[in-house]
Design a protein around this ligand. Sequence first.
Ligand code: NAP
Length: 542
Amino acid sequence: MAAAGFAGEAPTQHDLVIIGAGFSGLYMLHRARDLLGLDAVVFEAGAGVGGTWYWNRYPGARCDSESYYYSYSFSEELEQEWEWTSKYPAQPEILRYLEHVADRFDLRRNIRFDSRVESAVLDEDTLRWTVRTDGGEEVSAQFLVSAVGCLSAANVPDIPGLDQFDGEWFHTGRWPHDGVDFGGKRVGLIGTGSTGIQAAPVIAAEAAHLTVFQRTPNYTVPARNAPLTPERAAEIKATYPAIREHARNSYGGFPFDPSGRSALEVTQDERRATYEALWEEGGFKFLFGSFYDLLVSEEANDTAAEFIRGKIREVVADPQVAEILAPRDHPYGSKRPPIDTNYFETFNRSNVSLVDLRATPIEEITAEGVRTTAAEHSLDMIVFATGFDAMTGALLRMDIRGRDGRSLREKWAAGPRTYLGLQVAGFPNLFTITGPGSPSVLSNMPVSIEQHVEWIADCITHLRSSGAAGIEATPEAEEAWVEHVAEIAGLTLFSKASSWYLGANIPGKTRVFMPYVGGVATYRQRCDEVAAQGYEGFAISA
Ligand code: NAP
């Protein structure tokens, strides 16, 4: 690979620039370089590969999808040789897997680490992108692929006084590589999303005291993690092609079928037995495998929500604490449902306390800890499990400028607008892997990532074989897709929660439901049809 140009030098020329070396960027690089023969360069802000799994090293970090399908399917050798140790792999294991992929396919030689992309500017005459990093490197490429991830721009809330806190504080998505010692510490954990729910039991087991600051109570279902037995691993490997096919043609990218039953068409006893069995089995099947109407009918949803509240009352010894933990303000699944290991049980420990921020909001962070309207909580350490500026944050932190010098920030000021979540009108030759408007975060990510990478690679092959200089979503196709994404989201209960799916977790962010709820299979079919019809809805420039 040619060296990148630095300020003052002419930018080095490439076919393709990829931003990010996580699940998406690694596969995009392999596909583009090794199958298409493109000259590709990857810029990665971290010092290593892994993306989400590089940054999120907080205690308890673990995948909520099972290892055998939360993995690449593109290489039969890779899937046969890699040994997963558990049903839900922990962060270090997934990171090792991605490092193995980087080595196995010799990807590192095209990746520039510690290089954060600051800007990408289109040259309208050539339809090439000039990409500049924080280290002053400048390269030019015909195609630009964003593989920045949907949950990578960490959100540290603007709580007054953080700078005067005498203790240490961390965001879970930027966790120190050499770990954090909680021994003897009074730790405050702010946030009870998937991350906080994974971290709380682990921190509680190590810390002198853990105070959980909860704004919105969350529904969570046990994961029931377990080691992957050699017999189960062998069975998976023997049936991989069918498993992958199933996942690709499913609603959520998971290799299991949604239930065909309504929660309202069965008797109360049958419903309870279904929920009990899935609670015992653990994982996302509780939502996807129980009844098909939990995300579309409030009445159906109430049955699941009440079942989970009943479980909280069973598990949590103190009825007052159980009541604070019981969610009532949004339907189950309308926020991304976490799965957990001993989350509710953690509140039975003598060294754990719960603060209800709805009743007593945080007023400020002081030198000693967190002060709410009711009390000052003395702390040695604060852990922010406060999530991300999801789906658009990482893209908009870069200064991306398309036609007429217009920035993506301006274009998306009222919410993200894309065609198929793959392209943005006015930004030719820029592709967004798992961008807003695609199933992305509502699906098992590797399945959606592979579909996007392969679609983009096929599209580039098509352009190059026809000698075309570029491709760009038309404003009409984009408008129709944005309307379609909003329309079908409106048929669900997703709008009933203040979730990051809607941007509601970031003050001032426009509320627009960002992912596509139509499902992985339907979406894949639409993308394939578009390509088969000569890239319908895209303008191809000669
Ligand atoms: P999140 O779901 O956005 O949760 C953030 C939490 O912080 C919420 O409880 C939120 O309360 C709270 N919060 C935010 N700002 C606050 C403030 N100013 N004061 C008090 N509380 C505040 O973030 P996350 O838990 O990091 O998860 C993000 C996503 O990452 C997940 O939904 C999931 O898609 C992914 N994830 C996946 C895994 C996995 O597969 N293993 C693990 C972790 C995360 P409100 O609810 O009131 O806003």
